[in-house]
Design a protein around this ligand. Structure first.
Ligand SMILES: [Zn+2]
Length: 297
């Protein structure tokens, strides 16, 4: 019996990892709790917190952040967090939970990042493109803003938060330079993707054509598909990209019909079982390699 108890009650300092906030934050050095709405925001919060805070992702791994619903535990995470990092307008359930329950600091990343209207990416919509994390420099700005909030929440570790955000910025600026260099001098500049998650990559001189439009769960019309088929022929496109969290069916069948390759481009909206060992940086680099190959860069 004694032996059982010794195993069942680990020392406080051994409590780490991404367990729920409830009762388990006692193992951290100061118990700072951050709720991040979806993976790229979690990545930034983790990098900036650097072990001084417990970061919860409100979008479970493998989940699609576009149609997120919050369960009671996740709503409690929002209520208990010292800092909530979210993107207003992207996940209505999170917006509601923040408005109704958040008691700590709140960072709405749309206050930091100027979202680009879809229209500026050539898409017929009045909405803003939420997928800003495809531009590493915009994500670096979010890192600085997370650091500024954490400095206020936990001034004892201010120097670490500021230094961690600077390290993150260094990595993201290098990634931005690698994208710019990698996508220069390509044989083609059009990329056919599954849903419209890659508009921010157009700063590197590529043009996106989306099969599904704005949301991964919409359906392409026959007219949309005919237009894409014309484009694939006209531009000599070699590859149709599907993505990790959405069904590859539309992309795969278009690729099959046109006799071109079908590859995966990850919008990095969340990690999956297949990408559990990856992170934002490694996935962005894998995307860059796939784009270079498809476009003959
Ligand atoms: Zn999306």
């Amino acid at each position: 019996m004694k032996r059982f108890l010794a195993l069942a009650v680990p020392p406080l300092l051994a409590l780490t990892g991404c367990a729920a906030f409830t009762d388990e934050s006692v193992g951290l050095d100061n118990g700072v709790q951050v709720a991040a709405a979806f993976y790229p925001l979690q990545y930034v919060a983790d990098r900036v917190a650097g072990g001084h805070a417990e970061v919860e992702n409100l979008t479970a791994p493998g989940g699609e952040p576009h149609d997120l619903e919050l369960n009671p535990k996740e709503t409690a995470d929002v209520a208990q967090a010292d800092l909530v990092v979210f993107q207003r307008g992207f996940q209505p359930a999170v917006d509601d939970a923040v408005d109704e329950n958040a008691a700590g600091a709140v960072l709405d990343v749309t206050d930091v990042v100027d979202l680009v209207p879809f229209r500026d990416h050539g898409v017929d919509s009045d909405e803003d493109d939420p997928h800003f994390w495809q531009d590493p420099l915009l994500l670096a700005d979010v890192g600085d803003a997370v650091a500024a909030r954490l400095v206020k929440v936990d001034p004892d570790n201010a120097d670490d938060y500021t230094a961690n955000a600077a390290d993150l910025r260094t990595d993201l600026e290098q990634l931005d330079r690698d994208y710019a260099a990698g996508l220069t001098d390509c044989q083609r500049d059009t990329v056919v993707v599954s849903h419209d998650a890659f508009g921010y990559l157009q700063k590197y001189g590529i043009t996106m054509a989306a099969i599904l439009g704005l949301s991964p769960d919409s359906e392409p019309t026959p007219a949309d598909l005919a237009e894409l088929q014309d484009l694939i022929k006209k531009d000599g496109i070699t590859t149709v990209f599907s993505e990790t969290l959405a069904s590859p069916e539309s992309a795969d069948s278009l690729a099959r019909d046109m006799g071109v390759d079908s590859l995966v481009l990850d919008p990095i909206e969340g990690l999956t079982d297949a990408t559990a060992d990856d992170d934002y940086l490694s996935l962005m680099r894998a995307n860059l390699a796939a784009l270079e190959e498809a476009n003959g860069c």
